[in-house]
Design a protein around this ligand. Structure first.
Ligand SMILES: [Zn+2]
Length: 416
């Protein structure tokens, strides 16, 4: 049987109608809709000669046994953000399904091929991204914090996990899944505007940005909006506001693709007649270079100390989460470029701003590469997320080429 990239597009459309609404995809991890999407995936693969199981972290594994147990992995995620797009995460999965289907039809491959559908890549409900892949990679070290996480309705993460048969205390048992992993491949929509601006369908991903994510709490004094003179205020929001603008200059100074985002500020008491007493600010900083990422953070901290003094308020930093920059495997990047050239005639190398499960697998020591397909208008995490159908089909064909090259490489002793 030959590869049928159009089938992938049809499956993505079917998933959209099954698990989306007028506002977009609703496959938030640890919800009923997500469970339904994963069950649908299992059904889709039921006719193939695969071993399938769910690991201790809730990741679903579909294994096509080969002559050798050493395995080439293809990964993706079925979960979405609320009101998300139709391609983020599930394009990777269904492209992987198509590659599995093509290879399975030709008999046992020389090495084992495994498709993994990672649990909770987005962290949309509890704010913790890459749950399943960090457990499998063995890098999950924040169980004590995870136990405290609650969603908007007050449900704890362990409670939500338990509803889906996952025990947080055992999640790291998923590590054994990577024991046989020789190489890991992931296709993903770019989720940014770079490939479209260059008029290119596909790109080789150099690595993923390192991330520093912090909660910054500014503390001043609530005071009456009418009776407190302007020069006698200790306004917590003033510190947050200054920092929200300063991070633009910090990103420009550090350069080389640096990005900083102040994604939210919550003010208390939050009423029109009071000076703000506390402002809780969220800050996300990313860079492909570890040294420069440290500079982004250091400069933001210095600026916050300065602003606190200027406004006679206090400032406190709390790290929510961080990950170092992760560079992908040189050999696999070469294969990825070859595959793209064969399908599209032209390739480009670019870093990934968003995080991906591939970063966790790479830092577990498994040679890894990602391929990006162009996103229209650079939009993702919205129902407006889209990619030309022609480009989606090219991405499936290129992933198939990449998988073939990687299987050959691993069969010849390459990979881990
Ligand atoms: Zn994704």
């Amino acid at each position: 049987m030959t590869l049928d990239p159009a089938r992938v597009v049809a499956q993505l459309e079917e998933l959209r109608s099954l698990t989306g609404d007028d506002d977009g995809a609703q496959r938030v991890a640890w919800t009923e809709t997500w469970a339904r999407a994963r069950a649908w995936l299992a059904d889709l693969l039921a006719d193939l000669p695969l071993e399938q199981h769910r690991d201790a972290a809730g990741n679903d594994w579909y294994t096509l046994p080969g002559d050798s147990e050493r395995a080439v992995l293809i990964g993706g995620h079925m979960d979405s953000v609320p009101n998300g797009g139709w391609l983020d995460g599930c394009l990777n999965v269904f492209a992987g399904v198509e590659v599995l289907r093509r290879i399975a039809s030709q008999g046992a491959p020389p090495v084992t091929l495994r498709l993994v559908s990672w649990a909770d890549e987005e962290g949309a409900r509890f704010g913790r991204s890459l749950f399943g892949s960090s457990a499998a990679a063995g890098s999950m070290a924040d169980q004590d914090d995870l136990r405290q996480l609650r969603d908007r309705d007050g449900i704890t993460l362990p409670e939500a996990l338990a509803e889906h048969g996952v025990d947080l205390d055992r999640a790291l048992d998923a590590r054994s899944e990577l024991d046989s992993a020789a190489a890991y491949l992931e296709l993903h929509i770019e989720q940014g505007p770079v490939l479209e601006s260059m008029d290119l369908p596909l790109g080789v991903v150099l690595g993923t940005f390192g991330v520093e994510r912090h909660r910054i709490t500014w503390r001043g004094q609530a005071a009456h909006a009418g009776s407190t003179p302007m020069d006698q205020r200790r306004d917590a929001l003033a510190g947050a506001a200054k920092l929200a603008l300063e991070i633009r200059d910090i990103a420009a100074r550090v350069g080389d693709g640096a990005v900083c985002t102040s994604g939210g500020v919550v003010c208390k008491p939050g009423i029109v007649t009071s000076v703000v007493e506390t402002a809780e600010q969220l800050l996300d900083q990313r860079h492909l270079d570890a040294q420069k990422l440290a500079e982004l953070l250091g400069q933001a901290k210095d600026a916050s100390t300065r602003f606190a003094a200027e406004e006679s308020i206090d400032v406190e930093w709390e790290r929510i989460w961080s990950i170092e920059p992760i560079l992908f495997d040189e050999t696999l990047k070469g294969f990825c470029e070859e595959a793209i050239l064969e399908i599209a005639g032209v390739a480009h190398r670019l870093p990934s701003g968003p995080l991906h499960d591939a970063a966790e697998v790479a830092r577990a020591g498994v040679p890894t590469v990602m391929m990006f397909v162009q996103s229209l208008r650079g939009l993702s995490h919205t129902r407006l997320e889209d990619t030309h159908e022609e480009h989606l089909e090219m991405s499936v064909a290129a992933l198939d080429r990449l998988a073939s090259k990687t299987i050959e490489w691993v069969a010849g002793g390459g990979g881990r």
